[in-house]
Design a protein around this ligand. Structure first.
Ligand SMILES: Nc1ncnc2c1ncn2[C@@H]1O[C@H](COP(=O)(O)OP(=O)(O)O)[C@@H](O)[C@H]1O
Ligand SMILES: [Mg+2]
Length: 350
């Protein structure tokens, strides 16, 4: 199977429900064959964006185009979009292969072609031997594989995945997300994936768009999002971040844990003496054993790194991650000195 990747474009799309702005001036382009993920907390507008692209929700302002064609007059069933939902969306009274072939049957494809195509897709998702099972005879992960095969059977020009892994347990989730990525890039289908799980988003996407209250705050490659967040919300949502009470020393310097640091671009404007919060990632700390100072309260081994929860006298513990090798020298109850190794830190108003 080889699909041509379509271009998808949202331009200044707005959708409100009463006073809630579910999508606020939402603009996004998905390039041919690209996997873009919308990442954000529950209620931030992810599903709304998918529903609008699918044509299920037409009560919006702004423009949606697929391959340069305005979709406003195109009904949902003519948009040629494949969708996979969170879970349990298979037809319970049909076998796996009947589920996969369903869209083709609706489109009037003859039974012979239907069957061979459905088998090809079950093969693609690794379920060729389970073709005759009903959903109740399949695990959650297998059901989602069938749902993916069903979505792809109609040779859609765009694939939409709405938290397809959320109902699965951690191990299956990690495995299936790799599988989705492999299949997606093999067939080259333009894909919009939705999740609230930042690790999942980072793991499978070409680009990730972080959403907050209907606003797309930043869209970038995963590494860039992590290393160069453009807003405090993005910095806080992507990766674990400490929020440390701090005071500005000038427009460009901030005093954090007795250390004077440059304030990063993208931070809000401040003047001398403002009380702020500095956003510091766990890996930005260096931790040294000391005779007095902050106290190590928790120690969690995470594999190559170990996370220390440290009491520095602020309301919350500060989390620092150091290599597990370094962490051998440090135990809970020990005194440590913390220093921040980054050149510039992001701050936000309290
Ligand atoms: N049919 C609806 N009626 C009223 N409010 C809705 C409806 N659909 C979504 N919303 C609201 O719009 C916002 C965005 O919802 P949604 O797109 O489902 O978020 P997400 O998928 O990111 O969790 C939420 O505040 C939600 O309550
Ligand atoms: Mg949703």
């Amino acid at each position: 199977m080889d699909l041509h990747g379509s271009t998808v474009e949202f331009r200044n799309v707005k959708r409100t429900f009463g006073t809630v702005k579910a999508l606020d001036d939402f603009s996004l382009t998905i390039k041919p064959g690209e996997l873009v993920t919308l990442l954000g907390p529950s209620g931030c507008g992810k599903t709304t964006a998918l529903r609008i692209l699918a044509g299920i929700d037409k009560e919006h302002e702004g423009i949606v185009e697929i391959d340069g064609k305005d979709m406003s007059q195109v009904p949902a069933n003519k948009r040629n979009i494949g969708m996979v939902f969170q879970a349990y969306s298979l037809f319970p009274n049909m076998t796996a292969i009947e589920n996969v072939a369903y869209g083709l049957r609706v489109r009037g494809v003859d039974s012979h072609k239907r069957e061979s195509r459905a088998r090809e897709l079950l093969d693609l998702v690794g379920l060729s031997t389970q073709a005759d099972r009903r959903p109740t005879q399949l695990s959650g992960g297998q059901q989602q594989r069938v749902a993916l095969a069903r979505a792809l059977a109609i040779e859609p020009s765009v694939l939409l995945l709405d938290e397809p892994l959320s109902a699965l347990d951690a191990q299956v989730r990690a495995q299936l997300r790799e599988e989705i990525r492999r299949i997606q890039s093999t067939i080259g289908i333009s894909t919009l994936f939705v999740t609230h799980d930042q690790e999942e988003a980072m793991a499978i996407s070409d680009r990730v768009g972080v959403m907050n209250k209907g606003v797309l705050e930043q869209i970038d490659e995963p590494g860039k999002l992590y290393n160069k967040p453009r807003t405090p919300f993005v910095a806080g949502f992507v990766g674990l971040t400490n929020y440390i009470p701090a005071v500005t020393e000038s427009k460009s310097l901030v005093l954090v844990l007795s250390q004077s640091l440059e304030i990063s671009d993208h931070s809000p404007a401040v003047k001398k003496g403002d009380e702020v919060r500095a956003l510091i990632r766990p890996e930005e700390f260096e931790v040294q054993k000391a005779d007095e100072g902050a106290t190590v309260i928790t120690k969690s081994f995470l594999g190559p790194v170990t996370r220390l929860g440290i009491d520095v006298g602020t309301p919350d513990l500060i989390y620092a991650e150091i290599t597990s090798k370094e962490a051998k020298k440090i135990d809970t109850g020990d005194f440590v000195r913390l220093s921040i190794s980054s050149d510039a830190v992001m701050i936000e108003h309290v």
